[in-house]
Design a binder for this molecule. Structure first.
Ligand code: TSJ
Length: 293
């Protein structure tokens, strides 16, 4: 199969292009199938889908800074200091890996992938969905030598992935404007994004996540890095709820083998209500289930 694809003609290249368009058209036709809803939840979900990619890069050990900015016009910018999405041309596709990430549905982290995934969600799959549902989206990739840039509108390629500058930095920046033809309301809620990013910062100890709201003349910004991970999460919840704890030191257990790791943090308080929060692969398992048991 691979061999045949490597001998592609221009005709096949065009076929691929058509598939690309059909794929993203499907997302625009039935956005709910991909993001659940076109209400505020779906709108905020776009941000999580992009941030998840940076968290994957951090979990792979290649990135420790992730920033989210809300720009005027409810434009979202997510940046990380990872290796940068690979820019090389994929054999058989005739497209760069980065372009595939944004234009092919279900192109989830397969190229050069080493099965490092710890976070859940749609992964690379999400980037093409976000692209399809954005009025425009731009990606900037720094690979330590060059800066590459590509622009899309409603999922369509507007410019190829172009070298635009030199830089010895590495990282990926994605900037997008959710499509007002798709979403009922494109206004982002700073507090909603903040609380989700804080949760991810607690779950991924040592990663610095920041959020800035640059829509108003007085910008808001919060930088979060919790070396104590989920231990700090419990302390935060107790503080936020104004609950009196029965002991200062959080009980903490952790274990790992080659493929799995688990950690548990416990702290008693003087209330009568038990609260158990569980997460599997960074996803809140609201109904508990097997992982919690
Ligand atoms: F996918 C995306 F566009 F949504 C997105 C991806 C958005 C943002 C803000 C960051 C990223 C991203 C992807 N950050 N870092 C990466 N890393 C890779 O894609 C990558 C780099 C190198 C290698 C390798 O094997 O050399 C593999 C991967 C998956």
């Amino acid at each position: 199969m691979e061999e045949i694809l490597n001998f592609q003609t221009n005709e096949n290249y065009d076929e691929n292009q058509i598939q690309v368009l059909e794929g993203l058209e499907a997302v625009r036709k039935r956005p709910g199938m991909y993001i659940g809803t076109t209400g505020p939840r779906g709108l905020h979900h776009l941000v999580y889908e992009i941030v998840d990619n940076s968290i994957d890069e951090a979990l792979a050990g290649h990135c420790d800074l992730i920033s989210v900015e809300i720009l005027p016009g409810d434009v979202i910018r997510v940046s990380d200091n990872g290796r940068g999405i690979p820019t090389g041309i994929l054999e058989g596709k005739g497209l760069s890996a980065a372009t595939v990430v944004f234009t092919v549905l279900h192109a989830g982290g397969k190229f050069g992938g080493s099965g490092y995934k710890v976070s859940g969600g749609l992964h690379g799959v999400g980037a093409s969905v976000v692209n399809a549902l954005s009025e425009w989206l731009e990606v900037e990739i720094c690979d330590g030598t060059d800066v590459f840039k590509q622009r899309f509108e409603r999922g369509e390629i507007i410019t190829d992935l172009l070298k635009v500058a030199k830089s010895d930095c590495t990282g990926t920046t994605v900037t997008f404007k959710p499509d007002s033809l798709i979403f009922e309301d494109t206004a982002y809620d700073y507090e909603i994004l903040l609380s989700r990013l804080r949760e991810q910062a607690f779950l991924n100890a040592g990663i610095t996540l920041s959020i800035s709201d640059l829509r108003e003349s007085e910008p808001k910004t919060k930088v979060m890095c919790y070396e104590g991970g989920i231990r700090k999460f419990i302390e935060h919840i107790h503080k936020r709820k104004g609950l009196e704890t029965l002991h200062d030191e959080v009980i903490y257990l952790s274990a790992r083998n080659e493929n799995h790791s688990a950690e548990v943090a416990i702290q008693y308080n003087d209330s009568y209500n038990e609260m158990v929060l569980s997460f599997a692969n960074n996803i809140h398992t609201i109904e508990g289930g097997t992982h919690e048991i």
